[in-house]
Write a protein that binds this ligand. Structure first.
Ligand SMILES: Cc1cc2nc3c(=O)[nH]c(=O)nc-3n(C[C@H](O)[C@H](O)[C@H](O)COP(=O)(O)OP(=O)(O)OC[C@H]3O[C@@H](n4cnc5c(N)ncnc54)[C@H](O)[C@@H]3O)c2cc1C
Length: 278
C-alpha cells in the first residue's frame, strides 16, 4: 500500500524543525523512516505533515568528553557499527548496532528514531537503558533532558510531547572495571529480538537488563540477587527470570538462556552450576 497524502518539510536547522513541530497540526518527525514509513504505508497512521530532520547538519555531529559521548539525533546505526563515531561503552554500542535488522536498515535508521519509536524488542531501548543514557529534547517551550529509563513508558509510548524533538542522545562512559555481555535471540538474522539480555559485571555487582520481555526494557533484581556472590545457582536462574519478567514455560526458558549467555560473554567463561542447567 501507499501512504495517505502528507506535506513534506525538510528544515535546515533545529530551530526551524522545532518551529514547524510546534506550529503544524498532526505533524510527525521523520528520522531514518525505517519504522515510520512502513506504518504510513500500512495506513496505521496518517499524519498531515512529515518533518524530515535528516538534512540538519547539527543533528549529525557528536561530542566526546571524559564523561561520555553525545550523539546527534540522526546518527545512524551504521555510523555506530562502523566506528565512525566513538563508542564510550568499549564495543557494546557497535556490537548492538551491528545486530539491528539488515545493513540497508542500519544505513538509514537513527539512534533517536529508535528511542522515540519505543519498541521493547529493539536494541537501543534496552542497551541505552542499561547504560543509563539520556536524551536531550527541544520544543518551542524550551529544552529538557530525559533519562532513557524515564523516556520509555510502554509499547510505542514515550514521555515525549507531540511538539518535542530529540536533538541528541548522551551515553555515559562505561566504567573501566565493568565488563559487558549482550545476547540477542532472534528467529533469524535481521529480525527483531525474542530475547535481548545485557549484563554489566563489575566487582561486587552484576546488573542485568532484558528487552523483548515486557512493554519496556526491564532490570532483573531477583535474577541479580541469585547471581550475587558465591557459586551461581543456575537451577534458580530461570525461576528468578520468571519472577522478574512474569514469563513462564518456553518464554521464561528463552529469557534465562539469553541472560546466562550474556553473563558468560561478560565473564569470558562458561558458567556451570550444581543444579539443573538452564
Ligand atoms: C526490516 C526491518 C528490520 C528491523 N529490525 C530491527 C532490529 O532488529 N532491531 C531494531 O532495534 N530495530 C529494527 N528495525 C527498526 C529500525 O532500527 C529503525 O531504524 C528504528 O526503529 C527507527 O529509527 P528511524 O530513524 O528509522 O525512525 P523513523 O522511522 O523515522 O521514526 C520512528 C518514530 O520516531 C519518531 N522520531 C524519529 N526521530 C525523532 C526525533 N529525533 N525526535 C522525536 N521523534 C522522532 C518518528 O516521528 C516516529 O514516530 C527494523 C526495521 C526494518 C524496516
Amino acid at each position: 500500500m501507499k501512504p495517505a497524502e502528507f506535506a513534506y518539510h525538510r528544515p535546515d536547522s533545529v530551530e526551524e524543525a522545532v518551529g514547524l513541530l510546534g506550529e503544524l497540526d498532526e505533524a510527525k518527525v521523520l528520522g531514518g523512516g525505517q519504522s515510520l514509513l512502513p506504518i504510513l504505508n500500512m495506513r496505521l497512521a496518517a499524519p498531515a505533515h512529515l518533518i524530515d530532520i535528516t538534512g540538519i547538519r547539527a543533528l549529525r555531529r557528536f561530542d566526546e568528553e571524559e564523561s561520555g559521548v553525545r550523539y546527534g539525533a540522526v546518527t545512524t546505526h551504521m555510523m555506530i557499527e562502523d566506528g565512525l563515531v566513538p563508542d564510550p561503552a568499549r564495543g557494546l554500542l557497535s556490537h548492538a548496532a551491528a545486530g539491528i535488522g539488515y545493513r540497508a536498515v542500519r544505513n538509514r535508521g537513527t539512534i533517536a528514531g529508535s528511542l522515540a519509536h519505543s519498541d521493547s524488542s529493539a536494541e537501543w531501548p534496552a542497551v541505552l537503558s542499561a547504560l543509563g543514557a539520556a536524551v536531550q529534547v527541544r520544543s518551542n517551550r524550551g529544552n529538557r533532558r530525559i533519562p532513557v529509563r524515564e523516556l520509555l513508558l510502554g509499547f510505542f509510548t514515550t514521555a515525549l510531547a507531540e511538539d518535542e524533538l530529540i536533538t541528541a542522545v548522551e551515553v555515559p562512559r562505561l566504567r573501566a572495571d565493568t565488563r559487558w555481555g549482550m545476547i540477542k535471540l532472534a528467529r533469524k538474522p535481521g529480525e527483531f529480538a525474542e530475547s535481548l539480555a545485557i549484563t554489566l559485571v563489575r566487582p561486587g555487582e552484576t546488573e542485568i537488563w532484558l528487552g523483548a520481555a515486557r512493554d519496556v526494557p526491564v532490570r532483573l533484581p531477583e535474577t541479580e540477587a541469585v547471581l550475587a556472590g558465591g557459586p551461581i545457582a543456575l537451577d534458580r536462574l530461570a525461576e528468578a527470570v520468571g519472577t522478574d519478567t512474569g514469563s513462564e514455560g518456553y518464554e521464561r526458558q528463552r529469557h534465562a538462556v539469553a541472560v546466562r549467555r550474556a553473563l558468560e560473554t561478560a565473564l569470558g567463561e562458561t558458567v556451570r552450576g550444581d543444579g539443573a542447567d538452564v
